[in-house]
Structures are given as C-alpha cells and as structure tokens.
Design a binder for this molecule. Structure first.
Ligand code: ADP
Ligand code: ADP
Length: 229
C-alpha cells in the first residue's frame, strides 16, 4: 500500500508566478522515485503538497486512490515519514527524539531502532536509561549523527511512505555515502519519494523525474537518462 499519484498538479505560491505547471507521475507502492532538477524547480514544493503544508490548486495528489485533500495533515503524518536535509532535534534525550512520533514505543523498540541506525552507543552510554542530552549538556551531534537519529525515528515509526528531501546533501562525501546506505535499507519496500539535486545520488531509484521550470523535462532510469545525455 501507499501508492502515490501526482495528476496534472498545478501550484503557485504567488498567482503571478506558477511553480508547478501540470506535473504527472506515479510512485508505485514499495518503489522509489526520485525528483531531480535545478534549485528552484519546484521539487520540495511537490513534497509539501503531498504532506499538505499546501494544497494543489489544480489537479490532484492521491494515496492509494484517495485525494490527500480529503485526509487531515495529522493522519498524513502517520503514514508519511520525512527525512529532511537538516534534522532539527528537540533539546531532549536522543531516545525522546527517536520516540517522537511513536510515544507508545517500548524501550526495547527504541534501542533496536537506534542500533539499526547505528546511533545505539549514544543512548546506551549514560546511566539511568536515556539521559544523553543533546545541546548544552553533553553530546553535540554531527550532521551525519543527526541524520541517523532521523533514520532511527523512521525505523521506529515504520511509515508506508517515506519522503527523503535532500536528506544527504548537507553532508561531506564520505558521510553522505554512509547515510545513503542506511537510507537505502530504510526505503526498501517502502513507497519512497526522493528529492535530490544531483543525478549521481539517485542511481538506484526505480524512476527519475527531471523537473525543470515546473514541468517534467525528462524521465527514466539512471541508465536511460545517462544514455540520452
Ligand atoms: P526546489 O526544491 O526545486 O529547489 P522549491 O520547491 O523549494 O524548489 O521552490 C520552488 C520555487 O518556489 C522557488 O522559486 C522558491 O523561491 C519558491 N518558493 C518556495 N517556497 C515559497 C514560499 N513559501 N513562498 C513563495 N515562494 C516560495
Ligand atoms: P499529535 O498531534 O497526536 O501529538 P502530531 O500531529 O504532532 O501528533 O504527529 C503525528 C505524527 O506525525 C507522528 O507520527 C510524527 O512522527 C509525525 N510528525 C509530526 N511532525 C512531523 C514532522 N515535522 N516531520 C515528520 N513527521 C512528523
């Protein structure tokens, strides 16, 4: 489940300046589709529309055939997990940050998610359960570690749909590769919309959509797009 369909989507923040001018593509259930294109092309806008930070002005976005405008943003948050470019953490324990979104999770589940995301040592380091303070007292996490917290949160929440919005683009090359490997595991068998600005970071996507000036300029697998250039 979790099939996403963008159908002739139009959107403008300012009526005088259309951002999306009729964009149609599908993210089949369990597949990964990447949207690439220059900065300002409207890539992140697509994810904001899926998440209902804004609503499409023409056309529709559906999940399993249901128009997202008929779903509350709150319900959408339960089916969609998002890993942004820079994860902003709450000034609380790492466990709290991982648990955010699934307050019912047991301690064992939180630890398992932390270990799967390879951030386990941080929450186990300190006595009395999870008291690793992010911020003034104690640990200052690197960009890669913060993304691992976001990944652990996603593993725990286990949403059918995942949005990766430039999730590795703030990282150095080596960290980017490590985090990408972790994201590949998390996105396996989940419907995943990847927003990226470079083709080289989305080699394994089932389909790549190249967005330019609010329309789809090209689409295909990485191999197909490379052959055409
Ligand atoms: P991309 O992700 O491809 O870089 P965005 O979807 O973030 O592009 O933005 C597309 C265009 O919409 C850009 O020109 C950007 O300046 C503009 N834009 C983005 N958010 C807003 C907003 N909240 N209000 C007005 N314009 C915006
Ligand atoms: P409630 O109103 O019941 O406290 P929220 O609407 O804050 O719940 O959150 C519900 C779900 O949305 C949770 O699963 C949480 O993981 C997710 N969520 C909330 N905010 C975000 C966000 N900014 N990015 C990704 N997921 C979020």
């Amino acid at each position: 489940s979790g099939a996403i369909s963008f159908r002739d989507v139009h959107f403008a923040y300012d009526p005088a300046r259309p951002i999306l001018k009729g964009v149609s593509f599908d993210v089949p259930a369990g597949k990964t589709v990447a949207v690439v294109g220059p900065s300002g092309a409207g890539k992140s806008t697509l994810s904001r529309l899926l998440y209902r930070f804004y609503d499409v002005q023409e056309g529709a976005i559906t999940i399993d055939g249901q128009d997202v405008r008929d779903v509350t943003q709150k319900s959408l948050r339960h089916v969609i997990g998002m890993v942004p470019q820079d994860t902003v953490l709450f000034n609380d324990t790492i466990a709290y940050n991982i648990r955010y979104g699934r307050p019912d999770a047991t301690q064992e589940e939180v630890v398992a998610a932390a270990e799967a995301a390879q951030i386990g040592p941080f929450i186990q380091q300190l006595p009395e359960g999870f008291k690793a303070m992010v911020g003034e007292r104690g640990l200052k996490l690197s960009g890669g570690e913060k993304q691992r917290v976001a990944i652990a949160r996603t593993i725990l929440k286990s949403p059918p749909i995942l949005i990766l919005d430039e999730a590795t683009s703030a990282l150095d090359t080596r960290t980017e590769q490590e985090i990408q490997a972790a994201l590949d595991i998390v996105s396996k068998n989940r419907t995943t919309l990847v927003i990226a600005h470079r083709l080289s970071t989305v080699i394994s996507a089932d389909e790549i959509i190249v967005l330019k000036d609010g329309t789809i300029a090209e689409r295909g697998t990485h191999g197909e797009l490379m052959q055409r250039d």
